[in-house]
Design a protein around this ligand. Structure first.
Ligand code: SF4
Ligand code: FES
Length: 369
């Protein structure tokens, strides 16, 4: 089966970031500044993505504002015909830098917040003063006339503040709020006991979202999905492996998902040697979990096989050590009980985090190299 072209490219420009979020989706082995792709290589990658059929590029990291050449990267992506979305923590974004990005053709900004107020936000992000900088960044983004999405990663330690997060999105003029539950691999798996929400918290949050969607229809779109640990069926992670999206890591690995390097034994091609087209259509790594042929029981023959595509390969790897197993988030998985065990452990766990660490030899104090 020849796959459809991808819809979007996730460009992980850098792993450098001033924040230290304990649920960071970056790999636990971070790429240093010296290994990052240069401007010209990223420009070629954007052109290849557009030629492959991608409609948009998500400029992400780490913190993409840590790249001094970000305006040149936006200009290259825009010139290739891609819709450009900047995914940022906002702490390095001020009016002059945003003006440069706007002049380069930036289309949209997705701004993360760690909590509704400064005390919680700064503690969770591990960055004093970060929340205030984010509020300033949001004002700058709206003053420039750019559409704004607020991205709130939620978990046990901030889910009770969901109403305030929705109010914050409205106050900041966001058109969309992504209420994204933590995905538990990498750093987040190491902090799982401190982050997993309870069933009662989840039910309250779901009711808050339903009421807010009614109250703010036409003004604020709220994206919200019930998290795996409280769901009976897994999500169609990435819309299916190698079916909708591709990612390129800071060092140039072409990946079916941002966390795919957590799966051992797959030889991901590099942009230095392989075109995105060849990676998408001909690489064994992209073909490995594409479609349904790879599926074990109970996915094989399941009526949902082409709906959720067997769930998340990275979660199966993280929890079972086997990326080719049914995602244990599915209650048909023989290992589904692991999730209930994790929830029980979290119910009596403390609040302390193991923060993401980035070697000082790879990052300057202002986060910009
Ligand atoms: Fe999805 Fe597999 Fe569970 Fe069926 S058995 S619902 S395909 S994860
Ligand atoms: Fe990699 Fe789900 S995060 S497949």
């Amino acid at each position: 089966m020849r796959p459809e072209p991808p819809l979007a490219l996730l460009a992980e420009l850098t792993h450098r970031c001033p924040l230290r979020c304990p649920y960071c989706s970056n790999p636990t082995q971070l790429t240093g500044a010296g290994e990052e792709l240069d401007t010209a290589t990223w420009a070629r990658v954007f052109a290849e993505a557009a030629a492959l059929g991608c409609l948009q590029v998500h400029l992400s990291g780490g913190e993409p504002m840590a790249r001094r050449d970000l305006p040149a990267l936006v200009r290259a992506a825009q010139g290739a015909g891609l819709y450009t979305n900047l995914i940022t923590s906002g702490v390095l974004l001020d009016a002059p830098r945003l003006a440069e990005l706007c002049a380069a053709g930036l289309d949209h900004v997705q701004l993360s917040v760690q909590d509704a107020a400064a005390a919680g936000g700064d503690r969770i992000g591990g960055y004093a003063g970060g929340h205030a900088r984010k509020l300033t960044a949001a004002a700058v983004i709206r003053a420039a006339g750019l559409p704004l999405t607020l991205n709130a990663v939620v978990h046990r330690q901030n889910l009770n503040n969901l109403e305030q997060l929705i109010d914050l999105a409205l106050d900041l003029g966001a058109g969309r709020l992504e209420v994204a539950h933590v995905q538990y691999y990498g750093w987040a798996l190491a902090n799982r006991a401190a982050l997993l929400p309870s069933r009662a918290q989840l039910e309250a949050a779901t009711a808050v979202v339903a009421a807010a969607r009614r109250a703010h229809a036409g003004r604020l779109v709220i994206d919200y999905v019930v998290p795996d640990y409280h769901a009976a069926r897994p999500k169609a992670c990435m819309g299916g492996w190698g079916q909708r999206f591709l990612a390129v890591s800071p060092a140039g690995r072409i990946l079916p998902c941002h966390a795919a390097e957590s799966i051992p034994g797959l030889d991901y091609p590099r942009v230095q040697e392989t075109s995105l087209h060849a990676a998408w259509y001909a690489s064994p790594a992209f073909a490995r979990f594409r479609g349904t042929d790879w599926m074990p029981s109970p996915c094989r023959g399941c009526e949902r096989a082409e709906i959720d595509w067997g769930g998340c390969r990275c979660q199966a790897q993280a929890l079972l050590g086997d990326a080719a197993a049914t995602d244990p988030a599915c209650d048909r998985s023989p290992r589904h009980g692991l999730l209930a065990d994790a929830l029980a452990e979290a119910a009596s766990a403390g609040q302390d985090f193991a923060y993401r660490q980035f070697s000082e030899s790879n990052i300057r104090s202002d986060g910009i190299v």
